[in-house]
Write a protein that binds this ligand. Structure first.
Ligand code: AKG
Ligand code: FE2
Length: 227
């Protein structure tokens, strides 16, 4: 309703601030919140740096033997890994058997806020994935389906160089729409959109004052079923 002539007469009830956040609906249950993380971005990057110092980025190998172009690491109770035997979540790091770095409180509160703003009851806080993109890095079209849970939404935070988000449908062949994800944007997809195909087009050569030529993405998930 932004642009409504009488917008300025709306009265905010207590606790309703987040539901008024500007959002772009991609499909039922799928939203982009432009700039939701912008004011916290420097602190989010510092927390991400702290995670990477404990668990450095790695290029994982797909079950088919291909080196992934995105470099990844995880944090929280579960980390996502891929190797010749498949994709899965583990409680410990494959390189040293140690637990993944702890989920920072700053991330938790952002994920809780984004989940509420999208209208979902439960925030995805069991696993955090850090994705690092450099010029030319892409993430091909996929569904997030390695989780037992298929109800809790995915929350995804973009930092640094802007990327093109590819948004499809429930079939791989569904037509794709393209959305620009800029520094500080948050995407939430759940409910009827939880299994939508999505990806990232090859990152353009560009630069951001806080990340140089890189884009960093933080993606949050619930792994186990709640009930
Ligand atoms: O980098 C992004 O924005 C998307 C990441 C993603 O789809 C994933 O980690 O499964
Ligand atoms: Fe994904």
């Amino acid at each position: 309703m932004t642009g409504d002539l009488f917008d300025f007469l709306k009265v905010t009830e207590p606790g309703q601030d987040e539901s008024r956040a500007e959002r772009i609906q991609l499909d039922p249950g799928a939203f982009i919140f432009p700039g939701m993380a912008l004011s916290r971005a420097p602190e989010l990057l510092e927390a991400a740096r702290h995670i990477v110092r404990q668990a450095p980025f790695r290029h994982l190998v797909t079950p088919g033997g291909h080196r992934m172009s995105v470099a990844m690491t995880s944090f929280g109770d579960y980390g996502w890994i891929s190797d010749r035997s498949g994709y899965r979540y583990t409680h410990v790091r494959p390189d040293n058997g140690q637990p993944w770095p702890v989920m920072p409180d700053l991330f938790r509160s952002l994920v809780e806020e984004a989940t509420r703003a999208a209208g979902f009851p439960h925030p995805p806080l069991q696993s955090g994935l850090l994705n690092l993109y450099r010029p030319g890095t892409r993430l091909s079209l996929h569904q997030d389906k390695d989780e037992e849970d298929a109800e809790t939404p995915i929350v995804s935070v973009s930092l640094g160089v802007a990327a093109t988000f590819l948004w499809g449908g429930l079939d791989r062949a569904s037509p794709l729409r393209r959305f620009r994800l800029s520094h500080g944007d948050v995407v939430v997809w759940g409910g009827p959109s939880r299994m939508m195909f999505h990806g990232i087009a090859p990152l353009a050569v560009s630069s951001h004052p806080l990340t140089g030529e890189c884009r960093l993405n933080l993606t949050f998930r619930q792994i186990t079923r709640r009930s």
